[in-house]
Design a protein around this ligand. Structure first.
Ligand SMILES: *Cc1c(COP(=O)(O)O)cnc(C)c1O
Length: 394
């Protein structure tokens, strides 16, 4: 039996008729950028998260970069984040010219350890960027208390945790602003790149909307007025909105071109309706794995009482990871190592001067953790095969 780590073909096959139809509809409608699917998807996303503003962008990394930029974070600033995450978390901080300051994770949840945040705060610190790693919410109450005390923004990297809740609230609504990714393998994935920024703050939302489209247009004007304390409406060439946005070629901020394609929005609208069902399947599978693997030498993932876990990845720990991963591969079961190198040890961040031993939990985990398949389309036979094969490993 061959089981991939994630099976996007199975996901497509289950929804083929609907996905094909909405794609053809967009093609025949020929409105490719910022069309009605984008507008509706953003509205549906607001409703799903119970948040005021959802602003779609080109990908999850851009979502983080634009979120940071919208908060005015840049050169000379520091942002505290986890060292045990996908590279894009820290890369976004570097992209705006700020410096990522890494904090070790809790050994059980793999999330940023709130106890270790305060010692990293300096006069330059502007924000904390927790990551809800592998689908489990970080300890947001503790993080928000620290942020409030030191007057810092909280930016959630929610790219792996769409649909998860922390103390009854959806992730993405727990800080000042949050980023989601629709990379195809995420719990809600597009057929290409996509991302979303969410916030309950009206002013931040206006600035984000301006930044995603070259700082131009009406949002650009509003954002400019907000940032510069101005009220005046700049004169428009034309009030005729039918030809082109009258303020399209008036630029008020230096922004980006980062938008969600209309086809991706159409596909994501279909998939958003399936998301809770898919996440529940992941939870059921995790429960089954936990129970079945409890008697082995493997460490199964810990779930905190603070919230739900949407198991973007099901992470096991083994003393003999390379042996087990190789054995599973020989038996047709794909695995993935998340993450082999904590960010403070990445070559790209060599200049920040961290050394081995600085983040003992992350370094320990990076040598033991690996993911086994947990995608929603896994059938019982496949799950049984995975469990039985792992149990037979000597
Ligand atoms: C996927 C991911 C991102 C980046 O998303 P892209 O859409 O691939 O740019 C950022 N942070 C985390 C934790 C992720 O898992």
């Amino acid at each position: 039996m061959d089981i991939p780590l994630i099976d996007l073909k199975a996901q497509y096959d289950n929804l083929k008729n609907e996905l094909d139809k909405v794609t053809i509809d967009v093609l025949s409608g020929s409105k490719y950028i910022m069309g009605e699917n984008v507008v509706k998807f953003e509205r549906e996303f607001n409703k799903y998260l119970n948040v005021k503003h959802s602003i779609s962008v080109g990908n999850g990394t851009d979502a983080l970069v634009i979120a940071l930029k919208a908060l005015g974070i840049g050169e000379g600033d520091e942002v505290i984040t986890s060292t045990y995450t996908f590279f894009a978390t820290a890369e976004s901080i570097s992209a705006v010219g700020a410096v990522p300051v890494f904090v070790d994770v809790e050994k059980d949840t793999f999330n940023i350890d709130p106890q270790k945040i305060e010692e990293k705060i300096t006069e330059k610190t502007r924000a904390i960027m927790p990551v809800h790693i592998f689908g489990q919410p970080a300890d947001m109450d503790e993080i928000n208390i620290i942020a409030k005390k030191h007057n810092l923004y909280v930016i959630e990297d929610a790219c792996q945790a769409i649909g998860a809740q922390y103390k009854g609230k959806m992730v993405g609504t727990l800080g000042d602003i949050a980023a989601f990714s629709f990379f195809p393998t995420k719990n809600l994935g597009a057929a290409g790149d996509g991302g979303m920024i969410v916030t309950n703050n009206d002013n931040i939302a206006t600035i984000v909307k301006a930044l995603r489209t070259h700082g131009s247009g009406e949002n650009g004007q509003k954002a400019y007025n907000l940032l510069n304390g101005e009220k005046e409406e700049v004169k428009k060439d034309s009030e005729d909105n039918t030809v082109y946005n009258p303020l399209k070629y008036y630029n008020y901020l230096i922004g980006f071109n980062s938008r969600l394609d209309e086809i991706q929005a159409a596909l994501l609208r279909v998939k958003l309706r399936e998301l809770d069902k898919w996440n529940n399947k992941r939870v059921d599978t995790a429960k089954h794995y936990n129970e079945s693997l409890n008697e082995t030498e493997l460490v199964v993932p810990y779930k905190s009482e603070n919230g739900t876990h949407v198991y973007h990845m099901y992470i096991l720990q083994s003393e003999d990871r390379s042996g087990l991963v190789e054995y599973l591969k020989e038996n047709g079961i794909a695995t993935g190592v998340y993450y082999p190198v904590p960010l403070h040890q990445q070559k790209a961040y060599k200049d920040l001067g961290y050394k081995k031993g600085d983040m003992p939990n992350s370094e320990y985990l990076s040598e033991r953790t690996f993911a086994v398949p947990i995608y929603p389309e896994l059938n019982n036979e496949q799950k049984e095969y995975i469990v039985e094969t792992i149990k037979k490993f000597k």
